[in-house]
Write a protein that binds this ligand. Structure first.
Ligand SMILES: Cc1cc2nc3c(=O)[nH]c(=O)nc-3n(C[C@H](O)[C@H](O)[C@H](O)COP(=O)(O)OP(=O)(O)OC[C@H]3O[C@@H](n4cnc5c(N)ncnc54)[C@H](O)[C@@H]3O)c2cc1C
Length: 382
């Protein structure tokens, strides 16, 4: 599809990612779902192909593309039909590692970023806690300064890539007296740091090939040099990073909508009932037509918002709209697409059944629909 937003570089990149998905993901996705994770070798390969550092500086091995480059990557991975695979990669590229790329010192960037871009070091971001999800300011994990170290204590939950990550970007209270969102900092914690442990691997409704962990920090000593950005200013960094995370998740959801509609259109053209293919039924064709229109409208919002973000414009309202709309829409699309697959769509092993399970989290993770709508409403009422 031609679009005013994408350059030749974007189009070429889309083709490369689509080819990679066809050749390297589709034949193995089911195995990864059963194993509960994507092999490290897959991220290495994506790193070699240049897919993991598309927004990062060339001198570290990146491609210096813009926000629309992220949209291309997320849409295409979403189209793979394996949401667990898509989010494994996208957390690494667009939700966790930006904490390093945006706020890291020259020394931190030189030490860690090349390995991240090559897929040698997998990243996770650990903000959510058992008692604080939407309410980020309510986190209780503490990092108390002791000489040239911080001592971390607390726990984190629902952490994507949490089991296998090499680098964790962890939110903690460095000023425990500070109220609300103040006094939070981001720390880089390397795998194997004494005091950091994976308490549990969490089982989920969907995204089976994405590993999700509960982490525990007990007197975990982290060098003070691993502070990312300014001490006590981590809340702003988290909120800034959420913008990219939410555009990414919105684009992933649009890719999933596309794929689901494509699979369903194929199915209803083949499946016969009452002497004709299902697609001849007005109720079916019209509902698919309306869903296609909604997906097209949401897609254009995502593209335009990404374009504005790439131009440095403040678009928190539109990012929140795009995340809320796409997260709800992918559920509507998958509900209907599964419905039109009949009993077949309820069977394990079918793409549509997996995609319907995977879609559920898209209105929860990375900012729930309710929180996104509050962000929009605040800005409307003003
Ligand atoms: C599969 C998965 C992967 C995840 N990966 C990560 C990760 O890698 N790193 C990470 O840090 N986190 C991760 N998360 C956490 C995710 O971002 C949170 O689950 C999400 O932000 C919601 O927080 P919560 O689960 O605590 O729900 P809560 O905040 O307890 O919300 C419960 C319900 O109340 C609603 N609600 C809350 N506050 C309000 C309000 N003010 N107004 C109206 N309604 C409200 C919510 O919308 C929701 O419906 C992941 C979650 C999942 C499920």
């Amino acid at each position: 599809m031609s679009s005013i937003y994408f350059s030749e570089e974007h189009r070429l990149f889309r083709k490369q990612v689509r080819r990679f998905v066809t050749e390297e993901v589709l034949p193995h996705g089911e195995e990864w779902e059963a194993a509960g994770s994507v092999p490290r070798t897959v991220l290495r390969k994506m790193g070699e192909l240049g897919f993991l550092g598309i927004r990062y500086p060339e001198h570290f091995g990146g491609a210096e593309m813009d926000t629309l480059g992220t949209v291309v990557l997320a849409e295409e991975l979403g189209r793979s039909s394996f949401g667990g695979f898509a989010v494994t990669v996208l957390v690494h590229t667009d939700m966790a590692s930006p904490h390093l790329a945006r706020y890291g010192t020259e020394a931190q960037l030189a030490r860690y970023l090349p390995g991240v871009i090559r897929g040698k070091r997998i990243c996770a971001v650990a903000v959510t806690e058992p008692d604080a999800g939407s309410d980020v300011a309510g986190i209780r994990t503490r990092a108390v300064r002791d000489g040239d170290e911080y001592v971390l204590d607390g726990s984190k939950i629902y952490i994507t890539n949490g089991v296998r990550a090499d680098l964790y970007f962890v939110a903690a209270k460095t000023d425990t007296e500070a109220k609300g969102s103040r006094g939070i900092s981001m720390l880089l914690v390397e795998k194997g740091t004494p005091g950091l442990s994976v308490a549990r691997t969490l089982e989920k409704t969907g995204w089976h090939s994405s590993d999700t962990a509960e982490l525990v920090f007990e007197s975990c000593r982290v060098p003070a040099a691993n502070l990312l950005g300014e001490e006590n200013k981590g809340f702003c960094a988290i909120m800034n990073n959420f913008q990219n995370e939410r555009i990414t998740l919105a684009a992933q959801a649009i890719g999933e909508c596309d794929k689901a509609l494509e699979l369903t259109l194929d199915y209803v053209q083949q499946r016969q009932a009452f002497g004709a293919p299902l697609v001849r039924r007005e109720t079916i064709r019209q509902r698919l037509a309306l869903l296609s229109a909604k997906v097209e409208a949401a897609r254009q919002l995502v593209y335009h918002t990404a374009w504005r973000d790439g131009n440095g414009e403040d678009c928190v309202k539109e990012v929140s709209m795009a995340k809320a709309l796409s997260g709800e829409l992918v559920n509507e699309v998958l509900y209907t697409c599964q419905q039109f697959h009949g009993g077949f769509g309820y069977m394990h092993g079918t793409a549509i059944e997996r995609m319907a399970r995977d879609a559920r989290v898209q209105s929860i993770g990375g900012g729930t629909t309710e929180i996104m709508l509050e962000e929009v409403a605040k800005r409307l009422v003003r």
